[in-house]
Design a protein around this ligand. Sequence first.
Ligand code: PLP
Length: 386
Amino acid sequence: MQSVIYMDNNATTQVAEEVIEEMMPYLRDKYGNPSSMHTFGGQVGKQIAQARQRVAALLGCEPDEILFTSCGTESDNTAIKGTLSSYPNRRKVVTTRVEHPAVLTTCRDLERHGYSVSEVGVDGQGRLDIDELGFRLDDNTAMVSVMWANNETGTVFPVEQIAELAKARGIVFHTDGVQAVGKIPINLKDSSIDLLSVSGHKLHAPKGVGVLYVRRGTRMGIFMHGGHQESGRRGGTENVPSIIAMGKACELAMRDRADENKRIRALRDTLEKGILSSCPDCFVNGDAENRLPNTSNISFEFIEGESILMLLDQFGVCASSGSACTSGSLEPSHVLRAMGVPFTAAHGSIRFSLSRYTTQEEIEFVIEKLPPIVNRLRELSPFVKT
Ligand code: PLP
C-alpha cells in the first residue's frame, strides 16, 4: 500500500496501537457474552464497566451517564428522537444551520412529521449569535441541539453558555461533541449540558462505536427496544471489542490531550502560515480565536477543491474538500454557504485535519507541494483574469 500523509482526521482517525492491543483479546479469546451468568462472560462485563469509567473520566461525568451506541450518528438520532418522545406536548427544536447531517437531516425529517425546526445562522467567521438563539426559545421548544465544534471549519461554539440559556427555560440541551471530545477539555459535571454525542473513530478507536452521555434525571425515550443492555436504554448485545477500544482511546486522550494539542496547534499554524505566505488569493475559514487546534479549512479562490485534492492525492496526501460533490450536485458546503463565503472561494476549499500522528516533516512536505499545484490549476482556471 502507498504510504500516506494523512491529514483527514476529522473524517476518521488511525486506530491507536495501544487501542488495538487492548481490544484484540476480546476478538480472539474473551468472546463471552457480558450478560451471561458464567464467569467467562461475567469477566467481559467487568471490562465494559471499566471502559465506561474511562469514558466518564474523559467527559467529567458519572459512569452510569454513559450509554454506548454504534456511532455518532446513532447518538445524535437517539438524543433528538428520544427527547422529543419524552415531551409530546412540545413540538419545536432549535438548532443551527451548520450542524453535521446527523443532526440536520434528522431535524428535516422531523419537519415532515409536523415538528417546527428553527435553524440559527452564523456570521462570516462561523460564529453563532447567542442572543438570536435565545430569542428562538419558547414554551413549545422541547430541545436545543448545537454542535460543540464544527467538523468542517473547527469553529468551537460556546455550548456551556447555550446550555445555561436552555436550562433557564426548562429546555433539554444536546450537543454533538463528535469533533470536540479528545480535542478540548470537557467537564460535564460543571455544565448544564444534558446530552452529548461522541464517536469512537474520531479519537483513535475503531469505527462502529459511539457514546451518548445522558445526564442523570434527563427524560429520554428508548430508541432501540430489546434486551436489558445499557440499563435497558439500548437493547442489543454489546460490541465488546469496540467498547473496550473506546475506553482505551478515552484514557489515551485524557493522558495526552493537553501536550498533544499544543504540538498539533503549532503544526497547524505552521501549515497555515506556509500556505498563506506562498499562495495568493487564499484565506482560512472559521473563527480565528475559537477553533479546534487540529483543523484548518482554507479557501483557494478561482479553483476547484476537488482538483487540488486529486493532485495532492498523487503525492499520497489525504485531505478533504468542502464541496458535496459525492452527492453529484457540485453544491459548495452548507457550512461555508451559511458563513457567506463567496461562491468562487467556497468551491475551492480544502480541510486539513491533523492528529497525534502528524509530523513536522509531513507539514513541510505539504507546504512544498501545494503552491505549485495551486499555481498550475490557476493557470487553467477560466475564472482567473490574466
Ligand atoms: N457529528 C459530527 C460533527 C461529525 O463530524 C460526524 C462525522 O463526521 C458525525 C456526527 C457522525 O459520526 P459517525 O461517523 O460516528 O456516525
